[in-house]
Write a protein that binds this ligand. Structure first.
Ligand code: SF4
Length: 434
């Protein structure tokens, strides 16, 4: 869809509910070549899987929030949709047309804009702000209807935009350094709207602003959305901001979307354990709620070069599904699988333990004693029988140098569907697959 005459009076379309942006199985991998570690391990290059099979629609007039921890790939999704990054695989359609089939992306680039997080670095410090707002009009040779004097029309358009975002035309000749963060973000908004786009990616647009200014900018974005019939992809790590402005929310973890839901539903009835943990880790404004213990997300985010098998959240999930027939507390199951994984990765200091024991006893300690010491060091919860015995058997095999047998002994009994099968669906978790 292209427009010939951008105007602040653009009438809303009656096509709400139709997908304006459709993303299917989008991947963006960064191949950084073969590292020294790759070579030492005898393998090839291991790309960073920043975005790894993401699908969603954004309907006309809607704001879809994309939320997740830093580094989960959400900004890369926005940039790949806009073709600021080329996708490794997958497709993006805009207004029904796959971008890959459009030879010329000029029309799309006019119609799809981005507002970046940092208003200070997204404007040229040596250029008066009026020129920055005018620049897209010049690059795209606006006005396209051929009427009037182009320079005058652009001047009027810039003045119209700058006033609409709450600034004065007397400020157009000033430089970015003369404005506050909130004012600069308003100028960024005017620039993003210069060509009257249908779609805007808002990439953490308020994160760099003072809290007092954030609400003003969010209100402005909401007003502009209804006035110009805009469709937004709102990227943020801030759940409070996301809740305030978004209609639907997609939650990202390690390059994948794990849950998509209407905004209110996501906050009142989160389904995916990651969404729950993310909400749980947010400090609350409500006085009573402030008293509650905040449960921070446990563990580190794994490397996007080597994401965990099965469900990517399994290394931090507080609800990993034990194998059929194994009735066990989550804490105990986690302790067992931690030992099992350390055995599989040969990350247990057997010889150090044996040497330490030898110093306190006469002669070489037997495998049983080494295993018992390893057990004490590695398992800090009370395991029920027969699990305690089985873990000890595994450690005894380790003490005997039989690492593969030990790993297999524990894998046989403790392998979870969460690590063997990749979950799919609106809520990407095996707990919701029945
Ligand atoms: S699939 Fe398993 S590990 Fe992943 S979120 Fe669900 S319960 Fe947790």
């Amino acid at each position: 869809m292209s427009r010939d005459t951008p105007s602040v009076e653009t009438a809303p379309t009656d096509r709400h509910g139709e997908a304006l942006v459709s993303v299917r199985d989008l991947e963006k991998h960064y191949d950084t070549g073969v590292s020294l570690l790759d070579r030492l391990l005898g393998g090839g290059s291991n790309p960073v899987r920043a975005v790894d099979g993401v699908s969603f629609d954004i309907n006309r007039g809607e704001t879809l929030g994309l939320v997740g921890e830093s580094g989960c790939g959400k900004s890369t999704v926005g940039q790949t949709i806009l073709r600021l990054e080329s996708p490794t695989a997958g497709s993006v359609s805009f207004d029904g047309d796959p971008l890959a089939e459009r030879g010329d992306l000029t029309g799309f680039r006019r119609n799809a804009q981005i507002l970046f997080q940092d208003p200070f670095s997204s404007l040229d410090p040596r250029m008066p702000v009026g020129e920055s707002v005018r620049q897209p009009l010049e690059i795209h040779d606006w006005p396209w209807d051929g009427q009037g004097n182009p320079a005058e029309r652009r001047h009027e358009r810039v003045a119209e935009l700058i006033e609409r975002v709450g600034l004065s035309t007397t400020q157009l000749d000033r430089y970015p350094g003369e404005f506050s963060g909130g004012q600069l973000q308003r100028i960024g908004i005017a620039r993003a709207l210069a060509l009257d786009p249908d779609f805007v990616v808002l990439d953490e647009p308020t994160s760099a602003l003072d809290v007092s200014v954030q609400a003003q900018v969010l209100n402005l974005l909401a007003d502009l959305q209804s006035e110009f019939d805009l469709t937004y992809l709102f990227i943020s790590h801030d759940l409070g901001v996301i809740r305030y402005i978004c209609d639907r929310i997609a939650v990202m973890y390690l390059g994948e979307i794990v849950e998509t839901a209407p905004a209110e539903q996501l906050f009142t009835d989160p389904r995916h354990p990651y969404t729950e943990a993310l909400l749980e880790s947010v400090p609350r404004v409500d006085l009573q709620e402030r008293e509650r213990d905040i449960d921070p997300l446990a563990g580190d985010v794994p490397s996007p070069r080597n994401p965990p098998s099965g469900c990517r959240f399994r290394t931090r999930c507080p609800a990993v599904i034990p194998p059929d027939g194994l009735d066990i507390e989550q804490e105990s199951f986690r302790a067992i699988t931690d030992v099992r994984d350390r055995i599989a990765d040969r990350e247990i200091a057997v010889e150090t333990t044996r040497d330490a024991l030898a110093e306190t006893t006469e002669g070489e300690p037997g495998e049983e004693r080494v295993a018992a010491r390893l057990y004490d060091r590695l398992v800090d919860v009370e395991l029920p029988e027969p699990e305690r015995r089985r873990v000890q058997e595994g450690l005894q095999a380790v003490a005997a140098g039989e690492w593969d047998r030990a790993a297999e002994h524990l894998r046989e009994r403790y392998e979870s569907v969460c690590e063997t099968d990749h979950p799919t669906g609106q809520v990407s978790c095996h707990l919701f697959e029945q």
